[in-house]
Design a binder for this molecule. Structure first.
Ligand code: CP
Ligand code: NVA
Length: 304
């Protein structure tokens, strides 16, 4: 039996992604109506974090508990992973005792190697390359706020980082047009741009890129692991702040998203998160619902 993993949006078919999002919307209703949904009763989720997290940790941990399972939080600081035990060996051992594993780490090759040696599904909870779980929540949020995203225009403003790469994958999987506006030298990885060929345009003028857009998204200028570059990036990203005035140039029914955490006054104006066009709090909450649907989906594949 082949174990299904979720390291990238391309690990699921378009139909599977649509089903996961539909289920997320259903699970949200069940929770809001206090209807029990213990579909993963007694299952254990392993959570390996080599980088900090608020939303991802809280949503996965609450999510598995609400589904009737439990979570084990594994930090490299107090497991042998932090003392040189190989990913290969750790994956074999940990997956022999646990039902599903999520990993947040630096190099994308680490989650790939872990998955190759794991006997249970592995979820990418953010690497330097991709953040596919966030895109499930973003796509759920757009579906709730505006309906089908197919054929719409999405603008990414700022760093061509892990989130931007995942937007490039989403453009293909959810069939929208992505315009990326980034400073020269901060374009998304050519590997992901190539994969999104026909769905993506990379440009350098935010005002041009935002015209007619139905969804505008941005992220911090310096991601986790780039703390030393923060001051330099602040200079180089001048002109790439998303403000209410910039958003006025988008489609009148635009929604604004940010995966959070945000640096108010840097990549966004101080007040943008509070603008009526911002759906960031709903987007953050949807991490919970979307990942519950993902956990159910991956576990169903194990049983199939
Ligand atoms: N958006 C997101 O992944 O947030 P955390 O880093 O808080 O998990
Ligand atoms: N690009 C950011 C996303 C955080 C959720 C980072 O990698 O730090």
């Amino acid at each position: 039996m082949t174990v299904r993993h979720f390291l990238s949006l391309f690990d699921c078919s378009k139909q599977e992604l649509t089903n996961i999002i539909q289920r997320a919307i259903e699970l949200k209703k069940l929770r809001n109506n206090n209807i029990p949904h213990r579909t993963l009763d007694g299952r254990v989720l392993g959570m390996i974090f080599e980088k900090s997290s608020t939303r991802t940790r809280v949503s996965f941990e609450s999510g598995i508990i609400q589904l009737g399972g439990q979570a084990i939080f594994l930090s490299p600081r107090d497991t042998q992973l932090g003392r040189g035990e190989t990913i290969h060996d750790s994956a074999i051992v940990i997956s022999s005792m646990i039902d599903i594993i999520m990993i947040r780490t630096f190099g994308h090759d680490k989650v790939v190697e872990f998955a190759e040696n794991s006997s249970v599904p592995v979820i990418n909870a953010l690497t330097d390359d991709l953040h596919p779980c966030q895109l499930l929540a973003d796509m759920q949020t757009f579906a709730e706020a505006r309906g089908n995203i197919a054929g719409k225009t999405v603008t990414w403003i700022g760093d061509g980082n892990n989130m931007c790469n995942s937007y490039a994958e989403a453009a293909v999987q959810f069939d929208f047009h992505l315009k990326v506006a980034c400073p020269k030298g901060f374009e998304p990885d050519p590997y992901y741009v190539e994969k999104a060929k026909g769905h993506i345009e990379v440009m350098h003028d935010p005002k041009e890129a935002i015209k007619g857009s139905h969804l505008v998204s941005t992220d911090v200028f310096a991601s986790m692991g780039q703390e030393d570059e923060a001051a330099d990036r602040l200079q180089k990203f001048q002109g790439f702040q998303v403000t209410e005035q910039l958003l006025d140039l988008a489609s009148p029914d635009v929604v604004f998203m940010h995966c959070l955490p945000a640096h108010r006054g840097e990549e966004i104006s101080e007040t943008l998160l509070d603008d009526p066009r911002s759906v960031v709090w709903q987007q953050a909450e949807n991490r919970l619902h979307a990942q519950k649907a993902l956990l159910e989906f991956l576990y169903q594949q194990v049983q199939a």
